[in-house]
Design a protein around this ligand. Structure first.
Ligand code: PGA
Length: 267
C-alpha cells in the first residue's frame, strides 16, 4: 500500500472535530446516567468539538433526559431500515428520533461480523436514517487478513461506495464515515498515524468522486480502533482525521474527557 489513486486535498478543511463514544453492550440505564452526567459536567462548554454518546437502546431514554439542555448529543448503535412492522427485536429510525437521538452508528464491524450485515442492508439503513433526519456514522474497515493480502483500499472502496449508494448530494454533508480497521478494535493495536491517514485520504477521494470536492471536504471521517488518550493527539492532528469513534476508552469519564480535550487542542 504505497500510493493512493486519489490525491490528498490541498485546500484547508473546515470540519468540526467529532468525538463519539460507542458504549456497545455496556451499562444499565442507571449506570449510563451516572457516566453521562460525569462526562457532561466536565466537558468544556465553549470548545470546537462535537461530542456524541451512543449508549445501548435500553439507556437512550434515561441518557436523553440526563442530557437535556446539554451540547452533548445522543446517538444509537444500530437500527432497522423499515419504518415499522413485524421485525421482532428491532428498532426503527423514528423510534430513535422520538428519543432525541441525532446520530446512529451503522455497519459497525461487529454487526457485519456477528450479525452478517451486508453492504446492501447497511445502505438501506443509511438511506432510512437520512429519511428520519438521523445522521449516519457509516463504519468501514478491513480485517487483518485483508490488510495482509493487500486489499485494504479495495475493501474500503466497496464499503464506502455501497454504503453511501443513492445518498443525495444535498444531504451528504451530514454523513459521517468511521474508518475502523477490524484488527485494531478492542485489541490495543492501533493503526499507525501513517496507516490511518492513508486510508482517510483515500476515503476523502472516494467521497470527492461521489459528491464533489466541496461536499467531500465537509464530511467528517473518524478513526476508530483502540483510540486512547496516549495515541489520540497524533491521530487527530492528521489532515483527514476529523475525530474518533471510541469504544473501550468511552466507558470511563476520565479517558473519554481526555479524548475530547485532545480533539479540542488540535489547531
Ligand atoms: P475500541 O472500539 O475503541 O474499543 O477499539 C472502537 C469501536 O469499535 O467503535
Amino acid at each position: 500500500m504505497t500510493a493512493t489513486p486519489f490525491q490528498t486535498m490541498t485546500s484547508i478543511p473546515m470540519r468540526k472535530k467529532l468525538i463519539a463514544g460507542n458504549w456497545k453492550m455496556n451499562k444499565t440505564s442507571a449506570d449510563a446516567v451516572l457516566l453521562v452526567k460525569d462526562i457532561d459536567a466536565a466537558s468544556p462548554k465553549d470548545q470546537n468539538v462535537e461530542v456524541v454518546i451512543c449508549p445501548p437502546f435500553t439507556a437512550l431514554e434515561s441518557v436523553a433526559r440526563a442530557l437535556e439542555g446539554s451540547a452533548v448529543k445522543l446517538g444509537a448503535q444500530n437500527m432497522h431500515p423499515e419504518p415499522s412492522g413485524a421485525y421482532t427485536g428491532e428498532i426503527s429510525a423514528a423510534m430513535l428520533r422520538a428519543l432525541f437521538a441525532s446520530y446512529v452508528i451503522l455497519g459497525h464491524s461487529e454487526r457485519r461480523m456477528y450479525f452478517k450485515e451486508t453492504d446492501a442492508f447497511i445502505n438501506q439503513k443509511v438511506l432510512a436514517a437520512f429519511k428520519s433526519q438521523l445522521k449516519p456514522i457509516l463504519c468501514v474497515g478491513e480485517t487483518l487478513q485483508e490488510r495482509e493480502a493487500g486489499v485494504t483500499l479495495k475493501v474500503i472502496q466497496t464499503q464506502v461506495e455501497r454504503g453511501l449508494q443513492g445518498v443525495a448530494r444535498d444531504i451528504a454533508t451530514s454523513a459521517v464515515v468511521a474508518y475502523e480497521p477490524v484488527w485494531a478494535i478492542g485489541t490495543g493495536k492501533v493503526a499507525t498515524t501513517a496507516q490511518a491517514q492513508e486510508v482517510h485520504a483515500f476515503i476523502r477521494g472516494l467521497l470527492t468522486n461521489l459528491f464533489g470536492e466541496a461536499i467531500a471536504q465537509k464530511i467528517r471521517i473518524l478513526y476508530g480502533g483502540s483510540m486512547k488518550p496516549a495515541n489520540a493527539p497524533e491521530l487527530l492532528a492528521q489532515t483527514d482525521i476529523d475525530g474518533g469513534l471510541i469504544g473501550g476508552a468511552s466507558l470511563e469519564a476520565r479517558s473519554f474527557l481526555e479524548l475530547i480535550n485532545a480533539a479540542a487542542a488540535v489547531k
